[in-house]
Design a protein around this ligand. Structure first.
Ligand SMILES: Cc1ncc(COP(=O)(O)O)c(C=O)c1O
Length: 385
């Protein structure tokens, strides 16, 4: 039977028609007044989403480029650096750090759990030297945990005011309330293909004033990803290299979409869908990986009771219902499934997914699940729709 395709991975995510339309417009030159007008809208329009006073820098490269840039622009070779590793993307930060720097201190957090702020401060206290910067994910996409970024920023500010705080928000910026000054963040990184509803291929970085000064002093070699070049260009509504002109138009359209819906409403929508989906999965006897307090508003992981169910559910969703979800990564590969609910996702999309799960589970388990998940889901979201 025909089903509309439904992309429910934690990136890439569906592209809204308004963004798709501007991306498809005829090409314009990037050294033109017309492009400057687009770039200005993009740089300025992202500021409320990142909670940034400064223009948000844009790179024509995927999210990892901005993770790397957030290291090579802030740290010198012999600086000490702390990396919180709570999943596959924490590991990526660790790998980048070890590529460039000599003193990388890793704070391991069990996969599926959030960082304990007091324990992390104890860890910093016990290190042989003060670290120049701390790196963490906001949402660790591989486990679907959100870390307590505000509390972490506050604690660092209190105990280590000189330390820079760098946050990988690739899989949640655009769906969470974040503010560089309030949360004491120095660099906040994001990617286009997640809550920002664009195709893959752009990365973003917001930065604090003190980080901006530091970029100019750091000696680590870098060329394409030198933040100083991007800051100087953004001041002129320009770019240091040939940008993805079409996606810049998409960013400007994204900023308009957020303004139209209201950013608070965008955030609320993500949390309501999260809560509804969690209620549904519990009702379907699909245990959740993460506790309520640290569950991401953008992606939800569940642990089917058998390995057979892991692949059967994922395959049946795609083959029979045209719904794409994600599997596990790293040590969770083959053990969990993840449903992305970020960007242009509405309550009906997840209802469709929950009802498909009911059909699939009824067959797999020889027991009727019809109505169980959808009822639990609607009991939560009905207050808001
Ligand atoms: C938290 C997080 N960081 C970094 C990345 C890497 O981004 P990219 O694949 O765009 O380089 C991802 C991608 O899924 C992510 O979820």
């Amino acid at each position: 039977m025909y089903h509309h395709p439904l992309l429910l991975t934690p990136g890439p995510t569906p592209i809204p028609e308004r963004i798709q339309r501007v991306i498809n417009e005829p090409m314009i030159g990037h050294r033109t007044k017309a492009f400057e007008a687009v770039a200005e809208k993009a740089y300025k329009g992202l500021k409320p989403v990142f909670g940034s006073k400064n223009d948000v820098l844009i790179f024509t490269s995927s999210g990892t480029s901005a993770l790397e840039a957030s290291m090579v622009n802030l740290l010198n070779a012999d600086d000490h650096v702390a990396v919180i590793v709570s999943g596959a993307f924490g590991n990526r930060f660790k790998q980048i750090a070890e590529t460039y720097f000599n003193h990388v201190h890793v704070f391991e957090v069990a996969w599926g759990e959030a960082v304990n702020v007091a324990s992390f401060i104890d860890f910093l206290n016990d290190l042989p030297a003060n670290v120049t910067a701390v790196y963490t994910q906001y949402c660790e996409t591989s486990t679907t945990v959100v870390h307590p970024i505000h509390d972490l920023g506050e604690a660092l500010h209190q105990h280590y005011p000189e330390t820079y705080f760098v946050v990988d928000g690739v899989s949640c910026v655009g769906a969470v309330d974040v503010n560089l000054e309030r949360d004491h963040i120095d660099v906040l990184v994001a990617g286009s293909q997640k809550a920002m509803m664009l195709p893959p291929g752009l990365a973003f970085a917001a930065y604090s004033d003190r980080a901006g000064k530091r970029f100019a002093e750091v000696k680590t070699p870098r060329f394409y990803l030198d933040f100083n070049k991007y800051i100087a260009s953004a001041e002129k509504n320009s770019t240091p290299f040939t940008p993805n002109v079409s996606f810049y138009k998409g960013v400007a359209a994204y900023a308009e979409l957020v303004e139209d819906e209201g950013f608070n409403n965008v955030i609320e929508r993500h949390y309501i869908i999260r809560d509804g989906l969690r209620a549904a999965l519990k009702a379907l006897d699909l245990p959740l990986l993460v506790d309520d307090e640290h569950a991401s508003p953008t992606v939800t992981a569940f642990v089917p009771p058998t390995v057979e169910e892991v692949s059967a559910i994922k395959n049946a969703l795609l083959d029979r219902f045209n719904i794409t979800i994600a599997g596990g990564q790293g040590k969770l590969k083959g053990k969990i499934l993840r449903i992305g609910h970020l960007g242009m996702i509405d309550t009906a999309d997840i209802l469709q997914c929950v009802s498909a799960l009911e059909v699939i589970l009824s067959e797999l388990r020889n027991e009727s699940y019809i109505g169980r998940g959808t009822q639990a889901y609607l009991e939560v979201v009905k207050e808001y729709v």
